[in-house]
Ligand binder design. Structure first.
Ligand code: KIV
Ligand code: NA
Length: 264
């Protein structure tokens, strides 16, 4: 299969073909999603909650995400692999941001990076793009600034749409190839999508965006806690695995496993 490039994102928007992305943090899921034709895989800092057992994404480090990114990048043949820049790895300025982005490209084999923030991250995006590294921007609700935003709150509501549009323009001007809109009203996302020539990728941004992205563990029903309303579950892996574990325990207890068939 032909590798997805940033060109694919531009062409998809032009031709009205929806873009699909899932998070992935390991080579097994990366291979499965790649073969299923998912256009891009995001090695999200949501690995903090989903792999590393943190309560938020704030403690996640570049050193923790690099091996996960390397596993995903090494497994794909077609999907575009995007490394998420964690909190504290780019806010200090363009130099720090470029340093982090280069680490993900060199040490992990990422194809692009993602970072949070619109106007406030414009200089960082411009510097990274200037070094030949594609950047996916991320505006609307930005989990790394949960405390600054005052909680897990929908952005771009009412008057807030002005800031959302300003952020969207800022990241496009800085050279981002696409922008994630997280948890914004569908109508605000539609306005951004019509304003921009780069594709918008919805995470809880409704149906008018140019693409859709979900956290794979939520989408596949592996997450056991509360999941956001915008997630549709396409499988129930938690119950599949729980049932398998219970059946296996019972078989070991009864002697139904292993049999001659599984022995040497
Ligand atoms: O880390 C992540 O999974 C993300 C997406 C939900 C946008 O940033
Ligand atoms: Na993230």
């Amino acid at each position: 299969p032909k590798r997805v490039r940033t060109r694919h994102f531009q062409n998809a928007k032009r031709d009205g073909i929806k873009i699909t992305g899932l998070t992935s943090y390991d080579q097994l899921t990366a291979r499965i999603f790649d073969e299923a034709g998912v256009d891009f895989l995001l090695v999200g800092d949501s690995a903090g909650n989903n792999v590393l057992g943190y309560e938020t994404t704030l403690p996640v480090t570049v050193d923790e995400l690099i091996p996960l990114t390397r596993a995903v990048a090494g497994a794909v043949e077609r999907s575009f692999v995007i490394a998420d820049m964690p909190f504290g790895s780019y806010e200090n300025g363009p130099d720090e941001a470029l340093h982090t982005a280069i680490r993900f490209m060199k040490e992990a084999g990422a194809h692009a990076v993602k970072l949070e923030g619109g106007e406030r991250s414009q200089k960082q995006i411009r510097r990274i793009v200037g070094a030949g590294i594609p950047v996916m921007a991320h505006i609307g609700y930005t989990p790394q600034s949960e405390h600054g935003l005052g909680g897990h709150i929908i952005q771009g509501r009412g008057e807030g749409v002005k800031q959302l549009l300003a952020d969207a323009r800022a990241v496009q001007d800085a050279g981002a190839f696409a922008v994630v809109l997280e948890m914004v009203p569908a109508d605000a996302a539609r306005q951004v999508t019509e304003l921009l020539h780069i594709p918008t990728i919805s995470v809880g941004g409704g149906p008018h965006c140019d693409g859709q992205l979900l956290v794979w563990t939520d989408w596949a029903g592996l997450t056991t806690g509360r999941i956001p309303r915008f997630v549709k579950q396409y499988a129930n892996l938690a119950s599949v695995l729980g049932d398998a574990a219970r059946e296996w325990r019972a078989d070991v207890a009864s002697g139904a496993y292993p049999t001659d068939e599984h022995s040497y």
